[in-house]
Design a binder for this molecule. Structure first.
Ligand code: PMP
Ligand code: GLN
Length: 383
């Protein structure tokens, strides 16, 4: 393996899930749901599978899916031409990697906000670019907010792009309009491309709102908006994602993407098109059930003695392990499956500054209530 990829030999999700399986642990580590998505979507996939949709789909994605994605983005007041401004990818992961490969040269800098989703650092490295990491900052209320000054200080003449993830994995932060305005101002002032990972766009709780960065002034020409079906429709294994941007930026991402996977998920694409057009009421139900699950797990974790941080969206809640007498959540995470039969993910693995983040542990609440309850029962025996 070449030196620049040596830090990325395995993912924490695979490691923790393997450990969970080994110990028959309740897996509150890797974020994937344990129930299926809407029946109409599964039926549409079955019909496509038996209806002959089993060869290569068109390079940019099936036309009905690109049309459905364009209609879906209208909910934010943004218009995209399905023929030139939308590209279907193998999940958001490929979209992010292809965007970085297509839009950065070796030596360019990419600003990454930490904690960051694990593929970001590897994708920046694969593109040959350099990551400049700026941390979220914890407010008095425990919310992790944007460090606007830190971001400003991180920009150099070599900065080409910024990776923005909201709703944010792992903290559950949903950026406010004020935070997004600062980000947009920075991008416009320094001519940066914003690569926005919006995979949790529908999983936003209470009166929080997902505002795509692209809707802010000056951002439409410079934003690559990325999302995927996995989190919205409980089908993380389908890996149907998409990119919405300008014709120039989409053409660039497509140039890289065509030589990574070319195409993928032929029979699943019409099913996701169906879901985007017809299953958003199902997604409303998913959102309210996840909101209850967030409350259920947060209350249980507090009861078990952790200091629970607030979470406004996503599948995840972070806790401080120090009140239970632990100092490093990673040590605890490695022990937890064997000791009490629960798996979780330490936040520090998503950062370049492990010491600053070592007290935090991430739990996923996208699980059946009986699974959450069993996890909490086991965690109560921790100390
Ligand atoms: N971004 C974030 C923030 C994620 O949590 C995930 C994990 N699902 C992804 C991207 C990957 O999305 P996909 O499965 O569509 O590749
Ligand atoms: N997005 C999921 C998480 O953060 C897992 C994705 C993966 O396993 N690669 O847990």
């Amino acid at each position: 393996l070449v030196p620049r990829l040596r830090p990325f030999t395995s993912t924490i999700f695979a490691e923790m899930t393997a450990l969970a399986v080994k110990h028959d642990a309740v897996n509150l580590g890797q974020g994937f749901p344990d129930t299926d998505g809407p029946a109409g979507m599964l039926e549409a996939a079955k019909n496509a599978l038996f209806g002959g949709a089993n060869q290569y789909p068109p390079g940019p994605g099936r036309p009905e899916l690109r049309a459905a994605i364009a209609r879906h983005r209208q909910r934010y007041g943004t218009e995209y031409d399905p023929d030139t401004e939308i590209l279907v990818t193998a999940g958001a992961t490929e979209a992010i990697t292809a965007a970085l490969i297509a839009l950065t040269e070796p030596g360019d800098e990419v600003i990454v906000i930490e904690p960051y989703y694990d593929s970001y650092a590897a994708a920046v490295a694969m593109a040959g670019a350099e990551r400049k990491v700026v941390g979220l900052v914890e407010g008095e209320d425990g919310r992790f907010g944007l460090d606007v000054e830190g971001l400003r200080a991180a920009v150099t003449p070599r900065t080409r792009a910024i990776l923005v993830n909201s709703p944010h994995n792992p903290t559950g932060t949903v950026f406010t309009r004020a935070e997004l305005e600062s980000l947009a101002a920075l991008c416009v002032e320094h001519d940066l491309i914003a690569i926005c990972d919006e995979v949790y766009e529908h999983l936003v709780f209470d009166d929080n709102e997902h505002i795509p960065l692209v809707t802010l002034p000056g951002m439409r020409p410079r934003t690559v908006s990325i999302s995927s079906a996995g989190k919205t429709f409980n089908c993380t294994g389908w890996k149907i994602g998409w990119v919405c941007s300008t014709p120039e930026l989409v053409a660039a991402v497509k140039a890289a993407k065509q030589f990574i996977t070319f195409v993928s998920g032929g029979p699943l694409q019409p099913a996701v098109a169906h879901a985007l057009d017809h299953e958003l009421a199902w997604v409303d139900g998913l959102r309210s059930s996840l909101e209850e699950k967030r409350d259920r797990l947060s209350a249980g974790l507090a009861d078990a003695g952790f200091a629970v941080r607030p979470t406004a969206g996503t599948y995840f809640v972070c806790v401080d392990v120090r009140p239970l007498g632990f100092t490093d959540a990673a040590d605890l995470a490695w022990e937890l499956p064997g000791r009490v039969g629960v798996a979780a993910v330490p936040v520090k693995v998503f950062t370049d500054h492990p010491d600053e983040w070592k007290h935090l542990l991430r739990f996923a609440f996208c699980k059946r209530n009986d699974v959450i309850d069993e996890g909490v029962t086991r965690l109560r025996k921790l100390v």
